[in-house]
Design a protein around this ligand. Structure first.
Ligand code: SF4
Length: 364
């Protein structure tokens, strides 16, 4: 079937040929040996779901080692549901976007409690689980259950915008609606797993945001953006304002080999992870004195860390306490602060920059 492209007046694109072309390309050039891939054999919905959540904001190469460690520790959805949030956060530590780990844990408990430990097999039911949007739900439904369901993540938006020359404001409602409709119209009746994987692979390996490798692309002859020479300008980007900066003072309070850590509130940046207490410079000594007699206060090495919505400039004050002496507060009754020895740090979930900072501490 030859159908008009979404832009009136552009050259027609063979919509019926899109899926077979992509599936054939995936078979020979796509990624075949990812540890969670089960394109032809029996599927484990838990592993598919886990990988899709990990891949939401992280690239494949970074996900693979985390995925392997995670499934070794939590081999089933029941094992994940049984685990403490602390344990889950610790195994997520370093992957970033920690709300994913909290939602993962909550979703595992929902699957066990409400679905008898089996993942639901429809897009709507999957999308009702914490942390699973429409595109992730569709990917799980396609990969785990062979459902004919459309995905529309960043990679797919880019591929469709280019092949079909969708030249519209990037995050507008009508553009998104139109891309979803296009994604639905392209779905094949068979090989949905390989087709879905092919879309992901094409966007990640050839149809990259900058310098797409059009010469070896299966759509090199039909892609409208490539024909027009505008592939690098699509999808249109919103004009980016520089991110705001935030300054914080972190206290590295030590007592011999131990360091004082505070658990972050469950929601927000580094939610639920263990971090250094925050303070204003003026209150640093007073705050530290609650935990013992202060021996010295000196500036330590700070760091800069980029989040999605701001850049954190962290100054660090190192406060050494006397190993013995008057301690007015030993531990918080709600376990929101803890003295942790260097050896025990590995067993806690810490944000990556805090773990790096503590690892660089000279041995006592
Ligand atoms: S021809 Fe180029 S722009 Fe078009 S889909 Fe292929 S890689 Fe992307």
């Amino acid at each position: 079937m030859i159908a008009a492209s979404p832009d009136a007046g552009s050259s027609p694109v063979d919509i019926a040929a899109f899926a077979p072309t992509l599936v054939a390309w995936q078979r020979t050039h796509g990624r075949q040996a990812l540890p969670w891939q089960q394109l032809d054999g029996p599927r484990d919905a838990y592993r598919v779901w886990l990988a899709e959540v990990m891949l939401q904001q992280t690239q494949v190469a970074a996900v693979v080692p985390f995925y392997r460690r995670f499934v070794e520790r939590f081999p089933t959805v029941a094992a994940l549901a049984d685990a403490s949030l602390d344990d889950v956060m610790r195994h997520w530590s370093g992957l970033g976007y920690y709300s994913r780990a909290r939602n993962l844990h909550a979703a595992a408990r929902t699957v066990v409690a409400d679905f008898d430990g089996r993942f639901p097999d429809t897009v709507d039911a999957l999308a009702s689980l914490p942390g699973i949007g429409r595109s992730t739900a569709a990917a799980v439904a396609a990969f785990a259950f062979g459902r004919k369901a459309a995905i529309l993540d960043g990679n797919v938006r880019r591929v469709l915008s280019r092949v079909f020359l969708v030249d519209e404001p990037p995050s507008s409602g009508p553009t998104t609606k139109r891309l979803w409709a296009l994604a639905e119209s392209l779905l094949p009746d068979r090989d949905i797993e390989r087709y879905t994987q092919g879309l992901m692979d094409l966007g990640a390996t050839l149809c990259t945001p900058r310098r797409p490798t059009c010469l070896v692309c299966p759509f090199e002859r039909t892609c409208l953006a490539h024909r027009e020479g505008v592939e690098e300008t699509l999808p249109r980007r919103s004009s980016k304002k520089p991110l705001p900066t935030r300054h914080a003072v972190l206290l590295l309070i030590t007592r011999g080999d131990e360091v004082l850590l505070e658990r972050r509130p469950p929601v927000g940046i580094w939610g639920g992870l263990w971090s250094l207490p925050e303070s204003s410079p003026v209150e640093a000594t007073t705050k530290a004195m609650r935990h013992g007699a202060v021996a010295s206060v000196e500036p330590g090495a700070g760091f800069v860390h980029g989040f999605t919505h701001y850049v954190l400039h962290a100054d660090v004050l190192t406060v050494r306490l006397h190993a013995t002496g008057a301690i007015t507060e030993v531990a918080s009754p709600d376990d929101s602060t803890r003295w942790v020895s260097a050896d025990a740090l590995a067993s806690l979930g810490l944000p990556a920059p805090i773990r790096t900072l503590l690892a660089a501490r000279p041995a006592r």
